[in-house]
Write a protein that binds this ligand. Structure first.
Ligand code: URA
Length: 223
């Protein structure tokens, strides 16, 4: 239940801040990291995030026979799932999701801020036809102001996906973005590997990572 006293920390599932996770963050946050290091180490964090996102889904019992003839009382994820990436940076998370589940369906949403109105504008979406019957891992590595996230969640809801079936997976989150999502869509679960201190005047997170999409796809400006 959302209350006046709900804190940012209550609203999201924050990955355990292990030494290994901090070491990965140390590599990818370093402005001097080369592209290979950035991509491979961001991928390792993204893998942990997706695993944590899957952990939030419903499971059901599933018994299997082991090679030595015993029964293992296991579990399997109950609902069908799909990924939906928010282009462009969210596409960086597709590879890890596909590596974990090669047959998974992946939709895409492209939202950009209108230069005149400054409001998020939906340019394109392609979603699995049966998405209303699936739980959705919504993928965007950066949750800054929350404007794009809110617009993407709106697209999913208009398509018929219940709020409770959306897990928003991102690598860095600003408190401002978490608050915006939490206030408008309290049933959307969020998974992140870091809650940052604040946004700067250009809406970049601090201490941050810079422009994730540019660094991941190699389109950053060379000074
Ligand atoms: N998008 C990014 O790539 N980085 C930020 O810090 C904020 C938004």
């Amino acid at each position: 239940m959302t209350t006046e006293t709900t804190t940012v920390q209550d609203a999201v599932h924050l990955l355990p801040q292990t030494k290994q996770l901090r070491a990965l963050h140390t590599i990818i946050r370093n402005r001097g990291a080369d592209r290979d290091d950035f991509v491979s180490n961001a991928g390792r964090v993204i893998r942990q995030l997706i695993e944590a996102g899957l952990e939030l889904l419903p499971f059901e019992p599933c018994d299997v026979r082991t090679p030595v003839g015993e029964t293992y009382h296991g579990l399997r994820i109950t609902p069908e799932i799909c990924g939906v990436s928010i282009a462009r940076a969210g596409e960086s998370m597709e590879a890890e999701l596909r590596a974990m589940s090669p047959e998974i369906r992946i939709g895409k949403i492209l939202i950009q801020r209108d230069k005149v109105t400054k409001l998020p504008h939906l340019y394109y979406s392609a979603l699995p036809a049966d998405i209303v019957n699936r739980h959705v891992l919504l993928l965007d590595p950066m949750l800054a102001t929350g404007g794009t996230a809110l617009a993407a969640i709106e697209v999913l809801l208009e398509t018929g996906v219940p709020e409770e079936h959306i897990v928003f997976v991102n690598l860095l989150s600003a408190p401002e973005g978490i608050k915006a999502v939490r206030e408008r869509y309290p049933h959307v679960r969020m998974v992140t590997s870091s809650i940052e201190q604040r946004l700067n005047e250009n809406a970049y997170m601090q201490p941050g990572i810079g422009d994730f999409g540019d660094r991941y796809f190699g389109t950053d400006v060379v000074l």
